[in-house]
Write a protein that binds this ligand. Sequence first.
Ligand code: PLP
Length: 375
Amino acid sequence: MKTTGTRPLHVGQLNLPEEEAFRSAFQGIFDRRFFANHGPLEQQLDAALADYLGVRHAVSMVNGTAALAILLRALDLQGEVILPSFTFPATAQALVWAGLKPVFSDVDPETQAISAGIVEGLIGPHTSAVLGVHVWGRACDPEGLAALADRRGLTLLFDAAHAMGCSYRGKRIGGFGRAEMFSFHATKILNGAEGGCITTNDDDLAVRLRAMRSFHDVVPPVPGLLRMNAKISEAQAAMTLLGLDQLPQLIEANRRRYRLYRRELAGIPGLTFVDHAASEESNFQFVVVAVAGGTAGLSRDALLQVLAEDRILARRYFHPGVHRIAPFRDAAPPELPVTDSLCDSLLQLPSGQAITDQDVLETCARIRTAAGGTA
Ligand SMILES: *Cc1c(COP(=O)(O)O)cnc(C)c1O
């Protein structure tokens, strides 16, 4: 089942469960003839996620984007929500689905995330919430944003799609703000073959989310609530549970690849690593380098091209900023100079289960040669 040592090399994690465990989990689904509609695996998954993340509730759904849109509706938010432009487009798309107006913020050049200081100036009379993104799994100023949200009467939410298994000051991401969203997309460290969840310590919100993810009456009815079919299937729940079991090993293997990249790419002028905070737990899901224009011997985009010729599919992620893509770009996009500069300089290198140490060494050798050094 493993595709070790084969090209192309991908950036996304694409982690697979052990084949035997996968077969037996799916055999269970077939034996029970229970494929969806809040089966035993959905319930087991919600409990396992809440336990692992140290939160009162995890409500799993069909994917992260739908989960986020449903969360925004469950909170009955109105008006404008401040979020970074330096994120995956789905963060902003979910807001629009929920009838909200995204207000794009620039980010801090060091953390590459929004902070209380940056966001405060964007708060207006219609602002109802702030949606932070834990980019690369690094916590997005949870304390500063919480204090700001309290002071200004705003709801604080986080897109934690990058942050499964990551921590802030010894506490797992998942319990910050009013609620957080995780994704189990195949490119993330926890692969449910699509899937996602909302985590929260708010009992009432959890009841609403459980009602809204389903058109079925299997949960206590909550009058007046708009519902959706966003249930996670038993097949997705089975995949996600298997991934959760493997998570410590997946993180350890990511960490090993990350360290190998750092060692092999050390000392290339103009090439710097995006650090995972040493004092915190990280999932090392992303290996991100910044290529300063010109100094590395060639530009970020030229390096991307050189690698692609070798079927090493490095990625520009995120590119461009969400404020520059349809339908969000308008006649006068906001000035977000830090976001634009990150979009122009960052490159993700292949990682995840299918990437062998040999793949990493070959990728690094290719970069070193392209940058004008010797391999
Ligand atoms: C993957 C991702 C999403 C979307 O999650 P899906 O489960 O694919 O819908 C949202 N935000 C960020 C930052 C992501 O990386």
